[in-house]
Write a protein that binds this ligand. Structure first.
Ligand code: KG4
Ligand code: ZN
Length: 339
């Protein structure tokens, strides 16, 4: 019998619901994005995000069921992101999932948002099975991981300061590109020279797999200040391309090193920054020249969505994970941690 997961995601500024069959087949994937609202403020405003989730969540779930051509009776279990993320935003999804599970007597499965990002690869590549190495790069997280099995992770490296997406967003703001910065830098960088400014590729003492983006971010800010003081015009495209080149370099060298040192024949990338065109092509080339299979979700599965939560939720469900009606939002939930 098929396992149908109704998945709900509300950890940041997307209200999303999906119906996923047997972990890999997406029957529907509905997203209500608040990006335009938050753009006015230059970033996500948590209180507004929570309020908009409340306004949209019922409609988004209704659409997901309708598009999948199922009713709540057909659903096997309800999966919901319960962390990490903004506490008020997470709570909207968690409360909704608990209400549906309670009213319809369905099992409730809490899902870790970062595990969801990794699971986007299971949807894109139905043949992909653990073990594999994974680079998770989003607005809040930068992790290098060995996915040992479904729901089982070894964290080999992480950022010591800013997340990769945060660095993109902060640099974009400094250059005056606005929010969200990642896609804007990506687009502008296409017309710039990536070697116009050689920015530092931050190393972390004592760890070959950890990342540090604060040095790179400061170098960009110092460069902008220096140009202003000397009245030198800034070529924004060159700056975007040079910053992106340094950030991508830092990500690719560590990810490839991990795959090679741990003898992984597969490397997957995940999270919003995985939508970056320079990162995708650099990883793809580096993997191809070393005989490593490269996995990369399509753009819509890289950024926040509920289909990925349905895929991760399916494997949690068949692994026997169940949550009670006391499930709470855990804003700083770690990868591989369960509450
Ligand atoms: O995974 P995600 O949608 O939300 C979080 O879980 O954080 O990631 C959002 C992040 C933002 O920082 C955004 O600027 C970045 O992903 N991002 C990109 C691109 N598209 C989104 N960064 C670089 N290049 C892109 N094309
Ligand atoms: Zn995310």
């Amino acid at each position: 019998m098929d396992t149908l997961i109704l998945a709900i995601e509300s950890s940041c500024d997307e209200t999303a619901a999906a119906v996923v069959k047997n972990g890999r087949t997406v029957l529907s994937n509905i997203i209500n994005s608040q990006i335009e609202i938050h753009t006015e403020y230059g970033g996500v405003v948590p209180e507004i995000a929570s309020r908009k989730h409340i306004e949209h969540i019922n409609q988004v779930i209704g659409e997901a069921l309708h598009k999948a051509n199922v009713t709540l009776d057909d659903i096997t279990a309800v999966a919901v992101t319960y962390g990490p993320g903004l506490v008020g935003a997470l709570l909207v999804g968690v409360a909704e999932a608990k209400a549906i599970a309670f009213a319809r007597h369905k099992p409730l499965v809490g899902v870790n948002h970062i595990e969801g990002h990794i699971a986007a690869n299971y949807i894109e590549y139905p043949e992909l099975e653990p073990p594999f190495a994974a680079l998770v790069v989003s607005g809040g997280h930068t992790h290098l991981v060995i996915v040992q099995d479904y729901g089982s992770y070894e964290i080999a490296g992480r950022t010591r300061d800013d997340a990769a997406g945060e660095a993109f967003d902060k640099v974009a703001r400094a250059v005056g590109l606005g929010y969200p910065g990642g896609p804007k830098i990506d687009k502008l960088a296409k017309t710039g020279n990536p070697h116009a400014v050689e920015f530092p590729r931050g190393q972390v003492a004592g760890s070959v797999y950890d990342f540090s983006f604060s040095g790179l971010k400061s170098a960009v800010l110092n460069y902008l200040n220096m140009c202003e003081m000397k009245h030198v015009p800034v070529d924004k495209a060159d700056l975007a391309a040079s910053f992106q080149c340094a950030a991508v370099d830092m990500l690719v060298t560590r990810a490839i090193r991990l795959a090679e040192e741990r003898n992984m024949k597969k490397l997957a990338v995940a999270g919003g920054v995985a939508a970056n065109s320079a990162l995708r092509s650099a990883l793809s080339e580096a993997c191809a020249s070393r005989g490593i299979e490269f996995y990369c979700p399509s753009l819509g599965l890289c950024t926040d969505n509920a289909a990925m939560i349905g895929a991760a939720g399916y494997y949690e469900y068949i692994n026997g994970v169940r949550h009670g009606y006391d499930l709470n939002a855990v804003p700083n939930l770690k990868l591989g941690e369960r509450s």
